[in-house]
Design a protein around this ligand. Structure first.
Ligand SMILES: Nc1ncnc2c1ncn2[C@@H]1O[C@H](COP(=O)(O)OP(=O)(O)O)[C@@H](O)[C@H]1O
Ligand SMILES: [Mg+2]
Length: 373
């Protein structure tokens, strides 16, 4: 097991594309770290620099405290699993698992032991004699993972390993990977563009955009305290509602957030943080789950008038799509499963003010206020 430290790592490809721009990140020994971001933001490039599959243009990489920039990939004692896990088609599962170990001259009895152990762990013992063409997508993915596991490396690098699986399988493989990490305790860096994977699997999430790290933190820390509108709109479906508005002085020295026909009196404990933005345009962030039917659902709610556009009945809950004023910006709210509303129906919901997030429209950064724990 090993820690992984990226110190100001940059990758400029030969065609002058800067894929990764001076990123610094400390991944702890045994940590499950997620690299999350949209396609093209530099996740795979970062992972490939850690693995030694891409030359580092500048900055320093340390694995287990050792400087690794110029160390051969085979010497880094790291296993990487890709989205397109190419198994050797002419070899059985057992031979696929053994192949890397044979190359490393591991003793045959030891190879056998490790294969048995990993096959049991992944539940693929019945498949050992099959060829890859006789496996389902999920089974192939398990074998690909097994091939990394038998090597017993210092760290696993996983590049969107679940992206090719259907939704049900993806969800069960998520759970399996979490369990695997719990039992092995090996450092894992898992790349994904899927915010559900990031929220559910990671001990910490590193959110990337355009080759930069935007925010790093535990899933709920990042979810509750997004650094900017990008993070706010990337996590969760439906994401945080982001509405153009402004902050104004209100009664008794307080402040109010104004958008559409709505005026939300801001909690007094936030006013010191927001005071310097009074009179200025802002972006107001309201999470869909912080709208309530009853006024007394939270200690500090404020009514918001809405007009129903449509409802999406999901089973466990209902997503209400509503506009702030007829024809105004649309917002999404999460309602209990028995909630119903007709298109055009006027509604009053109650927003939990302690959950409001306000962003600077120019920098897109959050206006810092007392954080959620
Ligand atoms: N071999 C390459 N040569 C040139 N540009 C590349 C190469 N690989 C990736 N890129 C570019 O680098 C950026 C980051 O790519 P990548 O790391 O694959 O992103 P992600 O994995 O987040 O989708 C993209 O703009 C991509 O087009
Ligand atoms: Mg990628």
């Amino acid at each position: 097991m090993a820690s992984i430290t990226l110190d100001n790592l940059t990758k400029v490809y030969p065609n002058d594309v800067t894929a990764v721009r001076g990123v610094s990140l400390d991944i702890q020994d045994g940590e499950f770290m997620i690299l999350l971001g949209p396609s093209g933001c530099g996740k795979s490039t970062t992972l490939r620099m850690i693995a030694g599959l891409e030359v580092i243009s500048s900055g320093d990489l340390f694995i287990g405290g050792r400087h690794m920039n110029n160390v051969d990939p085979a010497e880094r004692d790291i296993a990487i699993v890709f989205q397109n896990y190419a198994l050797y088609p002419h070899m059985t599962v057992a031979k696929n698992l053994a192949f890397g170990l044979k190359l490393r001259h591991v003793a045959p009895s030891e190879i056998e032991n490790r294969i048995t152990q990993v096959a049991t762990l992944l539940g693929i013992e019945p498949l050992l004699a099959r060829k890859p063409s006789q496996l389902s997508g999920g089974q192939r993915q398990r074998v690909a993972l097994g091939r990394a596991l038998v090597r017993e490396p210092q760290a696993f690098l996983l590049d969107e390993p679940l992206s090719n699986l259907d939704a049900t399988l993806r969800s069960s493989m998520r759970t399996e990977l979490i369990k695997l990490h719990q039992s092995l305790g090996t450092t894992i860096v898992h790349v994904t563009h899927d915010q559900v994977e990031a929220m559910t699997m990671g001990e910490r999430i590193c959110i990337m955009k355009d080759g930069d790290i935007v925010q790093v933190g535990a899933p709920m820390e990042v979810y509750r305290n997004p650094a900017n509108t990008f993070v706010a709109s990337f996590l969760a479906t439906p994401p945080m509602n982001l509405l153009p508005g402004r902050i104004e002085n209100a009664d008794q020295g307080g402040l109010a957030a104004i958008f559409g026909n709505s005026k939300l009196g801001l909690p007094t404990e936030y006013c010191a943080s927001y005071a310097s933005h009074s009179g200025k345009p802002v972006i107001i962030g309201l999470r869909p789950e912080d709208f309530h039917i009853a006024a007394d659902s939270a200690p500090h709610t404020s009514p918001i008038e809405l007009v129903t556009v449509t409802t999406e009945v999901l089973g466990p809950e209902v997503i209400l799509v509503a506009s702030l004023t007829p024809g105004g910006p649309e917002i999404h709210t999460r309602m209990p499963r028995d909630f119903r509303a007709r298109p055009g129906q006027a509604l009053t919901l109650h927003f939990d003010l302690s959950e409001i997030q306000i962003f600077d429209p120019v920098t897109t950064r959050v206006l810092t206020r007392p954080a959620h724990p």
